[in-house]
Design a protein around this ligand. Sequence first.
Ligand SMILES: [Ca+2]
Ligand SMILES: [Ca+2]
Ligand SMILES: [Ca+2]
Ligand SMILES: [Zn+2]
Length: 545
Amino acid sequence: MEKKQWVNLGIAFALTLFNFTSATAATTSSSEKISLNSETGAPVFIAGTLTVPSQADPYEIVLSYLREKENLYSIKLEGAQTLDIISETTDELGFTNIKLQHMYNGVPVFGSVLSAHINQSGVLTAISGELTQISKLDQDPAEENAFLQPSSAAAAVTNDLTAKLKKAPDIIQQESPSLVVFVGDGEARLAYSSEVEYLEPEPGNVRYFIDAANGAILASFNQIHQADPVGKDAVSAGTGLLGDKKSIYTVQNAEGSFLLDRTRGKGILTYDAANMLELPGKLWQDADGLFNEAYDAAAVDAHVYAGQTFDYFKKIHGRTSYDGKGARVISTVHYGEKYNNAFWSGSQMVYGDGDGTTFSPLSGSLDVVAHELTHAVTATTAKLIYQGQSGAINESISDVYGALVEGYFDDHPDWLIGEDIYTPKQKGDALRSLADPTTKGQPDHYSKLYLGTEDYGGVHINSGIGNKAAYLLANGGTHYSVAVKGIGLDKTGKILYRTLTQYLTPNTSYRQYQAAAVQAATDLYGASSEEVNSVKAAFSAVGLQ
Ligand SMILES: [Ca+2]
Ligand SMILES: [Ca+2]
Ligand SMILES: [Ca+2]
Ligand SMILES: [Zn+2]
């Protein structure tokens, strides 16, 4: 439940492939939208304009709202129960995120956490999370003599594991037991919580809850599903969304073949959300090692195209994975039902299946995959704020590398984005065109900059200006009477890579982008070079000089 809400929150701020909120949908509603857990009746998500603008401390804003909602949350925020702040961060959109831990007599209630978002004006806009109901707790944590020592709780864990595994586990890490309030079968008990990780006789990662009074095991959760499969590296056969046969790097063991490519950085992994909204889902597993079913195709393409994008940045720019340090590249396909978008969540790529009319499964286009992964490069370098002009440059950089990566693996780059997945029943069109942004309603000149508030200030609209400049730089042409001599894909990629990774900053504007690109080209080719002249001409052609 908690996981699901986090996923939903993630989408609201994610870097999407295109803008899917209409102008009216973007209008802030002052009404409170309350989602309840259908089983417990407790609120799990409240969104809207929940408070009036305020200069008060964000923690105070949240607490005073929650005090008004004590009946709804069935909690009395006085005496035994409190909400303690465990983290406070501010994101790139200016939202403050506060996480609150539910405490009972000063002891954390396991898993009972609220996450609140407050916007730049000090307005509370969302609270997610469900508070665990505690009717009574008979034990007093102050009576230390009534409880086990933490070391006894740790021993109870190893004893239980040894009994279950019929062998003493080879423990590589055990968290020192800490006191929590654990609620099982409606009864609250003081318990020690401890996570233990072991490799033999088989890999495991289990969280234990041990009754603090008598050492009984109250619960244990195996969390091993996040661990990598053990097996040998293999090359398997797969079929992509366009029916194209391709080789994919996998790991094989007796249970089947897994979409884990250990040949690139710390690994490329592809997961199945099985049409639900949980991330990352389950690591893709195929019983016979032949990835040739229709359902497999979205995973095959996500896996192969993530690898190709990885290879492009490594071979052309010497960058190992998106962070330059070999970070794992994680993709999830079959996200949601008929979900018409793809996005970089901040830690992984996510692809919907599309509704079959507007989109087919979105991992089926190399330029779309490269677009998403380039957002991750931007997020670890320039950190361009996803709003207004910096957001448009962020989007444009992703489109440009979408086209360049495609061009690297295909001699005929089309300078279109998403042609392989957009409107599957209609041939020859695309989501965006870098060659002529106006065909998709985007500006192709700075004088036509969209100044409205829709789409985070037009990030998927004004990207047309940067896209046209990059297209002209690579291919040449005359635009609004300005002639540009093209310098090709490789040099365009090199100049913009240096611009992105060394000169752009979070709030870069289009004018700064032009100056940065000229500087990057000057570094690479010299101030009086043909390349610098072409950069100046390309930006000048879109109204930037
Ligand atoms: Ca199969
Ligand atoms: Ca394309
Ligand atoms: Ca189409
Ligand atoms: Zn994007």
